[in-house]
Design a protein around this ligand. Sequence first.
Ligand code: ATP
Length: 393
Amino acid sequence: MTHTTMTRTTDATSNESTVASNANQPSETSGGTHIQIDEVRKTFNEGQIVACDDVNIDIDEGEFVVFVGPSGCGKTTTLRCIAGLEEPDEGRILVDGTDITGLKSKDRNLAFVFQSIALFPHMSVRKNIRFGLDMNTDLSKDEKNRRVEEVAETLDIAPMLDRKPSALSGGQQQRVSLGRAMVMEPAAFLLDEPFSALDANLRDHMRVEVKKIQRELNTSMIFVTHDQEEAMTLGDKIVVMDDGHVQQIGSPYDIYNDPTNRFVADFIGSPSPNLIEGTVENGSTGLSFVTDVGTIPATDEQTAVMKERVGETIIYGIRPEYLSLDSGPGTFAADVDVIEPLGDRDAIHLSANGTSLSALTSQGEIPRHTDRVQVELETEEAWLFEKSGARIT
Ligand code: ATP
């Protein structure tokens, strides 16, 4: 049974399960809404806990933006500030250029979806979807029914309108939850880990569904998750957060290919990138980057940067797909710990002189019982980070 629902919220002090809205306003769903988060800071416990700070994010009209980061990084608090469920200590929230920071949640015309709220089990699907309209609008019965039926068509649950939630699958219940919010025709949707209670297959399916719906409605959506794969699948724009701060904002490709720091590089992508610590040495044979796995060759650009850092410890980051298992000059030996079939590719988990590495190869490229390989790094694809994590090149 799904425990997720969408709801309109009332105000920062209210019970979040309350459904309230301005749904009798004209629809603003089409075309999307521009949301700006401007220098937002929110603390708890009289300033002792900084949940988020210096948060600046622009959500363009019709954009699907995902906030991603580890537990406690401040993504939910940021979302709740947008919803009006938390009041920022500093900063502003703007919707289509209007400052709404002081507005009550119910006056924001934003639909907030969060986990752990069940559908009303004693009500039919139709009544569940219509609930917010019944409670908070004076729309005519015909108009309410029109909206419910239109939304049910979009969500492909029209034949189930007279069933009780218990007679639906988890995915269908999830769609009812979406329907409850959609009938309110909000200016934007805010979703907080809405699929985390679903099993893996259903979660994959619902991701596609929600993305399709967002495209169809052409609405702005902000989606919070700790799952980097979910973020990559859904986001037009991804906001990576850590420790209350935005680390990077960009398209999935930007974030994956060009991480701004070690944290982002490490957090995004599976298997995680190889992060190899080493020292820049200037010996009789010239400049070299010496690591536990051996001396790693550098491109001209990397060499230029290293020249400035002789004696320093730096981190060489490279994604598993840029390790090729090849022999010849410039390669080093590694033991094969585990070969993990991923479908079209295999993840090869290696140890090279005590350092764990992973490589991605095409399916079956390495025979199952191989125990030692030679590894080559496509060094032009590598990043260099300072020990502190800041990106050097
Ligand atoms: P999760 O994925 O676990 O929900 P998150 O990234 O959404 O994490 P937040 O829930 O925003 O993180 O929390 C950020 C920080 O603020 C955490 O340290 C959390 O413990 C703290 N925090 C959040 N809400 C409150 C609260 N009402 N009172 C005190 N501390 C809070």
